[in-house]
Design a protein around this ligand. Structure first.
Ligand code: URA
Ligand code: SF4
Length: 203
């Protein structure tokens, strides 16, 4: 948390923060990616969703959760009675980390120091939005928001008080995409059940 403990600059607005983040060089990840993928959504959103980092599609589009994981997330939110457009959607890490393999770019998980460096921006988003609830999608979001390693299996579906906000931990939608179809159906239902807890907290 070395970076996150520095004083935050005065927060002009989310737009100003996004603009600063577009030139961020706080960690090495900016050099390989196309662009900073900042969060998006209404400034008065009660719910903030935090993923891991942009994927290949998000890196190119410059928007969070627009690829396959985003489509699954959209469906799960709808099934939980949450309107995605009313939520603020962002990531723990705002540059795509990957390994080139031929023409493809293979996702690599960010390490603890990259997560810690990028917490600067997530902190700024949280301070500006003051969401009533944050949903941490997966272990990297959990690591960022709790400042410690989390066990998604053991700690999912619970609401934690963490600094400035209440946080509910659940799985990352990409995890569901990697499961065989028969397990995916069951795990998808559990994911929707976790999101339904979030919907209930906000209602
Ligand atoms: N996975 C994430 O964690 N975030 C995105 O924006 C897309 C995929
Ligand atoms: Fe900055 Fe985050 Fe990108 Fe690292 S990943 S350069 S901390 S915006």
């Amino acid at each position: 948390r070395a970076f996150a403990e520095e004083a935050q600059p005065p927060l002009a607005s989310l737009e100003a923060i996004k603009h600063s983040a577009s030139a961020c060089t706080r960690c090495p990840l900016h050099s390989g990616a196309t662009q900073t993928v900042f969060g998006e959504g209404p400034k008065d959103a009660a719910l903030m969703l935090v993923g891991e980092q942009p994927g290949d599609r998000e890196d190119l589009a410059g928007r969070p959760f627009v690829g396959p994981a985003g489509q699954l997330l959209d469906r799960a939110l709808k099934d939980a009675g949450i309107v995605r457009e009313e939520a603020y959607v962002t990531n723990a890490v705002k540059h795509f980390k990957y390994e080139p393999r031929g023409k493809r770019r293979i996702h690599k998980s960010p390490n603890a120091s990259e997560v810690s460096a990028c917490r600067w921006w997530l902190d700024a988003e949280i301070a500006e939005l003051r969401p009533r609830l944050i949903v941490a999608l997966g272990g990297t979001a959990g690591l960022s928001l709790f400042g410690r390693q989390v066990s998604v299996t053991k700690e999912r579906g619970q609401i934690f008080e963490s600094g400035q906000a209440r946080v509910l931990l659940t799985v990352h939608p990409s995890y569901l995409l990697r499961l065989p179809p028969e397990e995916r159906t069951r795990e998808y239902a559990r994911f929707v059940a976790d999101l339904t807890i979030a919907a209930r907290v906000l209602s």
